[in-house]
Design a protein around this ligand. Structure first.
Ligand code: NAD
Length: 293
C-alpha cells in the first residue's frame, strides 16, 4: 500500500509556484494576488481561510483578507465582490462557504467574475469544464487530479466510484475522471444518498472517491483488493483527549481499509492540503492570463 501524501505533494506544487513567482518578480511582471472573503466566524472556515492566506505568503503571492460580520446584508457582500472584480491587481476571488442563511450562495458564486473564479464554482467555469475547454477546475477535484498525477496512478479504463454528488466535490470529480485526458478516461459511477446497493457498487470500484461527509463510512468489506481510495471527508468529531476538543475524521475507516488498497489518502494530510495547492494553481493561471510570461 502506498500513501498518497497530500502534504508532500502540495508543498512540491507550492515550491514550484514560488520559483515561478520569483522569476516573474525579477522580470517585473504582475504577481498573483488572491482575495478571500470570510463572513462571520465559523471555526472551520477561519482555519481554511488562514491556511490559504498563509500559503499565499509562503509562495510569494499577494493576498487580501476581507472579514465581514455574520449579519452583513447580502447586497453589501455582492458590492464587495464587484469591487474586487474591477480591481486589476486581484487575480482570484474566493468567498469561504458556507455563508449565513440570509445570503444566497448561488448569487454570490454568480457575482464573482468568471475570469477570477479560482474556486471553480461559477456556472461558466463548470460549463467549460464539462465541455473539456480550458477552465478553472473546482479546487478539491483539481487537487485530487494533481495528487493522482504526482504518483502516476493509472486511471485509463478504470471503474471509478464516486460517493457524493455535491457541486463542489462529487459531481465535478466524476466529470474530470471521465474526461478524455490524464488523469481521466475512467468509467464513472456516481452514488448518492438514494443509491440502494452502494456496497455492491463500491466493490466494483478500481478507484473510490468518498465525498459524503460521514465519518469512517467506507469499510473494508466495501472495498476490493488493490483499489485506489481517495478520502475527501473532513468531519470534526468530539475528542476530549485533544487540546482542541475535536479530532478530524475522513469518510474512510482508514485502519481497516488501508491494508487492502494499492493507494490511499490519509485524513488529515491527503486531499485537504491539495485543495489549497489547486487554489494557488488556479490563481497563478489567472494572473498569467492577464500578464503572460
Ligand atoms: P455535501 O453534504 O454537499 O454532499 C454530500 C453528498 O453525499 C450528497 O450528494 C449526498 O447525496 C451524499 N451522501 C450523503 N450520505 C450518503 C450515504 N449514506 N450514501 C451515499 N451518499 C451519501 O458535502 P460536500 O460539500 O460534497 O463535502 C463532502 C465531505 O467532503 C465533507 O466531509 C466535507 O467537509 C469534505 N470536504 C473536504 C474538502 C477538502 O478540501 N478535503 C473540500 C470540500 C469538502
Amino acid at each position: 500500500m502506498q500513501m498518497l501524501d497530500g502534504k508532500l505533494v502540495s508543498q512540491a506544487v507550492k515550491d514550484d509556484l514560488k520559483e515561478k513567482v520569483a522569476t516573474r518578480a525579477a522580470a517585473g511582471k504582475k504577481l498573483p494576488h488572491l482575495a478571500a472573503i470570510l463572513v462571520g466566524n465559523n471555526g472551520a472556515s477561519e482555519t481554511y481561510v488562514a491556511s490559504k492566506v498563509k500559503s499565499c505568503a509562503e509562495t510569494g503571492f499577494g493576498s487580501t483578507l476581507i472579514r465581514l460580520d455574520s449579519d452583513v446584508p447580502e447586497e453589501e457582500l455582492l458590492m464587495k465582490i464587484k469591487e474586487l472584480n474591477d480591481d486589476f491587481n486581484i487575480d482570484g476571488i474566493l468567498v469561504q462557504l458556507p455563508l449565513p442563511k440570509h445570503i444566497s450562495e448561488q448569487k454570490v458564486i454568480e457575482t464573482i467574475a468568471a475570469s477570477k473564479d479560482v474556486d471553480g464554482f461559477h456556472p461558466e467555469s463548470v460549463g467549460r469544464m464539462v465541455q473539456g475547454l480550458p477552465a478553472f477546475f473546482p479546487a478539491t477535484p483539481y487537487g485530487i487530479l494533481l495528487l493522482l498525477e504526482h504518483y502516476k496512478v493509472e486511471t485509463k479504463g478504470k471503474h471509478a466510484v464516486v460517493i457524493g454528488r455535491s457541486n463542489i466535490v462529487g459531481r465535478p470529480i466524476s466529470i474530470l475522471l471521465n474526461r478524455n485526458d490524464y488523469p481521466g478516461n475512467c468509467t464513472v459511477t456516481v452514488c448518492h444518498s438514494h443509491t440502494p446497493n452502494l456496497k455492491e457498487i463500491c466493490l466494483q470500484g478500481d478507484i473510490i472517491v468518498a465525498a459524503l461527509g460521514r465519518p469512517e463510512f467506507l469499510k473494508a468489506d466495501m472495498v476490493k483488493e488493490g483499489a485506489v481510495v481517495i478520502d475527501v471527508g473532513i468531519t470534526r468529531v468530539a475528542d476530549p483527549s485533544k487540546k482542541s476538543g475535536f479530532a478530524i475524521k475522513g469518510d474512510v475507516d482508514f485502519n481497516q481499509v488501508a491494508p487492502k488498497c494499492s493507494f490511499i489518502t490519509p485524513v488529515p494530510g491527503g486531499v485537504g492540503p491539495m485543495t489549497i495547492a489547486a487554489l494557488m494553481m488556479n490563481t497563478f493561471k489567472s494572473c498569467l492570463a492577464k500578464d503572460p510570461d
